[in-house]
Design a protein around this ligand. Structure first.
Ligand code: AMP
Ligand code: MG
Length: 325
């Protein structure tokens, strides 16, 4: 049985576990992270084992102060500090050239490393008390990312030494990944720091079309974020309702995951994502986990806005294996 402690009781113990080469799950503003000492190769290997994660999917190194960057990366470009000044701490990971201190296991054999400074105070306290932490999301490989300690427990009980419970994650989808090792800064994964925000700050930002179809970032070729039951995206609420009714007539038990802005679709199984783009990001993974437990098909309404809605849809398309109605 893995212990769950709050920050007050768990931080000191968590730091000791990290220093001794163990695994600690910690809250961040994006999703829960599964952390190990980023400089300890044996500890980092345990992350891959606990998650069932392929070796060629790199981890993000989490820091608590910008001074730590020099131990992790080399030839840091000025654009890094420009982004850091505005968005760190915050929900963004930046790809830099790796330093020799960082084991190849962290970077999946590559010459670049992802660096992120979380906004969450518990995460930064844990790092300050121990070490920069190599961490992916704290879910079983390919499952939906966790946004509560209970989600983590459901996936990783018995596989990690400690879970620090910091409540629900404020943002709810994984960090933006920005690559600064290429000629043009390139968004490899959209997130709460949006493509638009980075374009405005840096003048020029590339995004690989719909990044979900591109295997540029190591790890992107894997199916991620997948619920355990079939999931489809409906391009409009009318399509969603039609698909729902069709599934019912065939004897299925579907659920409609939708924006809470409609009044005339009650009498059906519904999970409400809220009413703002920030609500959709915060609630989407809880909604998918709740849906897979209670229903046998998920029908999710497509979001057509840019910014964070675009980032949320990046995850949702993957959940649905790109199936739309
Ligand atoms: P997770 O925290 O579970 O979302 O996993 C970390 C993700 O960050 C990986 O799947 C990659 O998409 C991305 N990432 C980490 N390190 C690198 C890197 N060196 N180059 C490109 N992408 C990276
Ligand atoms: Mg992940």
């Amino acid at each position: 049985m893995t212990k769950i402690l709050n920050a007050h009781n768990g931080l000191k113990q968590g730091a000791e576990i990290i220093k001794n080469g163990g695994l600690v799950v910690f809250p961040t503003e994006t999703v829960y992270g599964l952390g190990a000492d980023a400089f300890n190769e044996e500890a980092v290997k345990k992350i891959f084992k606990a998650k069932g994660r392929p070796q060629d999917n790199p981890l993000i190194v989490h820091i608590s102060s910008l001074e730590q960057v020099k131990d992790i990366a080399r030839e840091v470009p000025s654009a890094f500090y420009k982004v850091a000044e505005k968005y760190m701490p915050g929900p963004i990971s930046i790809i830099l050239k790796k330093s020799d201190n960082i084991p190849m296991t962290v970077t999946a054999g590559g010459d670049t490393v992802a660096v992120r400074m979380p906004q969450n105070q518990i995460a930064r306290d844990l790092i300050s008390l121990s070490s920069p932490l190599a961490a992916p999301s704290a879910n079983k490989s390919k499952h939906v990312s966790p946004t509560t300690a209970q989600h983590v427990y459901d996936d990783l009980n018995g596989e990690v030494d400690l879970i620090i419970d910091g409540g629900s994650c404020a943002v709810g989808i994984e960090s933006t990944v920005l690559d600064l090792t290429t000629d043009t800064p390139t968004v490899l994964r959209p997130g709460a720091v949006t493509v638009e925000m980075l374009g405005e700050l840096l003048g020029e930002v590339a995004m690989n079309g719909k990044a979900i179809k591109i295997a540029k970032s190591p790890g992107m070729k894997y199916t991620h974020y997948a619920p355990k039951v079939p999931t489809v995206v409906a391009t409009t609420i009318e399509h969603a309702v039609a698909e729902y009714d069709k599934t019912i007539s065939e004897g299925g038990n579907p659920v409609l995951v939708y924006r809470g802005i409609y009044e005339s679709i009650d009498g059906r199984n519904l999970i409400d994502l809220g009413v703002t783009a920030e609500d959709y990001a915060r609630n989407v993974y809880s909604a998918l986990r709740e849906a897979e437990i209670n229903f046998d098909q998920i029908i999710i309404e497509e979001l057509h806005g840019g910014g964070i809605e675009y980032s949320v849809m990046n995850r949702v398309y993957k959940s649905a294996g790109e199936k739309t109605v």
